[in-house]
Structures are given as structure tokens and as C-alpha cells.
Design a protein around this ligand. Structure first.
Ligand code: SAH
Length: 260
């Protein structure tokens, strides 16, 4: 399968994702229509193209096909009123899609945790243009916070769904602890530069955990703020950013570990 779900507007991008079979469910479609990707991509880039775009500070907003895949993977856990954690929330785009899904019922708690303050500030500015998200923030049902994603967000745990937007060397144990029974964690795992797998971890009602690899992926690393800023400064000095074309790509095929 090739990943060419381009559009010239948010709605045509969502329609292309649907035609490609990447969006299956009407509530996912509605959420992706309710959050205009154009608000979350810095000026001068191509928000409706099916590729990652640079956010600065060594971060990228993932490609639309990856967002669609991750939202579909977590959809069943993000019931009306769900609790959701988005680690490495970057632009805030995906956090808002999760928020739209959870906000279908009372009691929703959706939090994005991002360690670069400038990106957190930008995500607040993007969100200012979306009235329902502003209302969720006023109700304290939605937060976009500066913090270390490795620590999760104990205050609102346990979560029905946890998404990690950067590749960890291994599944972070704290995030597994913060997952509710019946919950699902989606996290890219592997070294910087690959190979990485999108790992899906389910916790059953008895607290037992099972995992499988959904597909090969390429994400920026889950790291420390110091390391990320240092590397971004080095790349800027050489006038070289992470290449969006090399990030968040999907390889063909899926590998499910035996026993699941
Ligand atoms: N889902 C986001 C992805 C952004 S890229 C989006 O589509 O906009 C991954 C993000 O993870 C970057 O913004 C990076 O700054 C952040 N990140 C990396 N390590 C982190 C950590 N330990 N804690 C919090 N955020 C982290």
C-alpha cells in the first residue's frame, strides 16, 4: 500500500484517508473533520499532504495516515467520557482528535504531555481557534502540558487509552502502570533511526498484559529535553533538520507476535 492520502483541504485529506481504508469508523472521521490539521502545522508547509511536517525543536507532526492508524487502534478504548493520555503531544493535533472522541460523554479527561515549552505554547495557540476544545479546557476536561512523558500523568491516571508520539527504547513501565484495566497503549519502540515497531499493548480486566507489533514505523525519539534541544541546535548549525520524508513512514506488512 502506498501512502498518498493527500488533500487540498482538511476535508479532502480526510476523504482520501477514508477512500484508502485508513479511516473505518464514523466517529473517527467526525473527529478528524473537527480538528483542522492546517491549524497545527507551521506556516509555509503543506498541512494536508500525507507526510510529516517540521514543527521545529527536532519535532515533527506525524503524517495523516499514521494519525488515522493510531486513532483507529485506540478508538474502541476512547468511549464517550474516556480518559486519554497523549505523550509527546507536539503540535497538539492528535490530542485534540482524542479529545473530540472522548468528549462525546461526561467525565472525559484528555491530557497531552510535551517536554518542549515552545511547542506546548504553540499547541495552545492552535487550540484557541477551536471553540469546543476551548470549552473542554475551561471545564478542565482537556490539558496540554509541559512535562516529561516518561512520567505519564499520575493525576488523571488510570487511562483508558495512552498514545506515545515518539519512539521509546522499550515500552515505558510507568505508562503500563497508568493504563486502566481494559485499556490500550500504542507506542513506537526501537532505536533512533530504526528499526522501530508500533507496539500495541492491551491490559485485560484482570490486569494481564499482552502485546503485538502492528507495523514497522519511523518516529523521532522519546528522549530528554536537553538531548533534543542539543541535537536540534546542532542540526540547525548544519542547516539540516530531521527529514520529514524519513519519519513516520509505514512499512508494508504487519508482524503480529505469536500467541496473540
Ligand atoms: N503526535 C505529535 C508528535 C510530535 S513528534 C504530533 O503529531 O504533533 C514527538 C514529540 O515528542 C516531539 O514534540 C518531542 O518534543 C516530544 N518528546 C520527545 N521526548 C519526550 C519526553 N520525554 N516527554 C515529552 N515529550 C517528548
Amino acid at each position: 500500500m502506498s501512502w498518498t492520502c493527500h488533500g487540498s483541504s482538511n476535508s479532502s485529506m480526510v476523504a482520501a484517508l477514508k477512500r484508502a481504508g485508513l479511516i473505518h469508523n464514523p466517529e473517527v472521521e467526525a473527529a478528524m473533520l473537527a480538528v483542522d490539521r492546517g491549524l497545527f502545522v507551521p506556516p509555509g508547509q503543506s498541512p494536508y499532504q500525507d507526510s510529516p511536517q517540521l514543527l521545529g525543536f527536532g519535532a515533527t507532526i506525524s503524517a495523516p495516515h499514521m494519525h488515522a492508524a493510531c486513532v483507529e487502534l485506540l478508538r474502541a478504548q476512547i468511549k464517550p467520557g474516556a480518559r486519554v493520555l497523549d505523550v509527546g503531544s507536539g503540535s497538539g493535533y492528535l490530542t485534540l482528535i482524542f479529545a473530540h472522541l472522548a468528549n462525546r460523554g461526561p467525565g472525559a479527561r484528555v491530557v497531552g504531555v510535551e517536554h518542549i515549552k515552545e511547542l506546548v505554547d504553540a499547541s495552545h495557540q492552535s487550540t484557541a481557534a477551536i471553540p469546543w476544545a476551548q470549552q473542554m479546557m475551561r471545564d478542565d476536561a482537556l490539558r496540554l502540558l509541559k512535562g516529561d512523558g516518561y512520567a505519564g500523568f499520575a493525576e488523571w491516571a488510570p487511562f483508558d487509552a495512552i498514545h506515545v508520539g515518539a519512539a521509546a527504547p522499550a515500552v515505558p513501565p510507568v505508562l503500563v502502570d497508568q493504563l486502566a484495566p481494559g485499556g490500550r497503549l500504542v507506542v513506537p519502540v526501537g532505536p533512533e533511526g530504526g528499526p522501530q515497531q508500533l507496539v500495541v499493548l492491551d491490559k485485560d480486566m484482570a490486569g494481564r498484559v499482552s502485546t503485538w507489533n502492528e507495523m514497522g514505523v519511523m518516529y523521532v525519539p522519546l528522549t530528554t529535553e536537553e538531548a533534543q534541544r542539543g541535537k536540534a541546535a546542532l542540526m540547525a548549525a548544519f542547516k539540516k533538520g530531521p527529514s520529514p520524508g524519513d519519519l513516520d513512514g509505514c512499512e508494508m506488512g504487519r508482524s503480529r507476535s505469536p500467541g496473540r
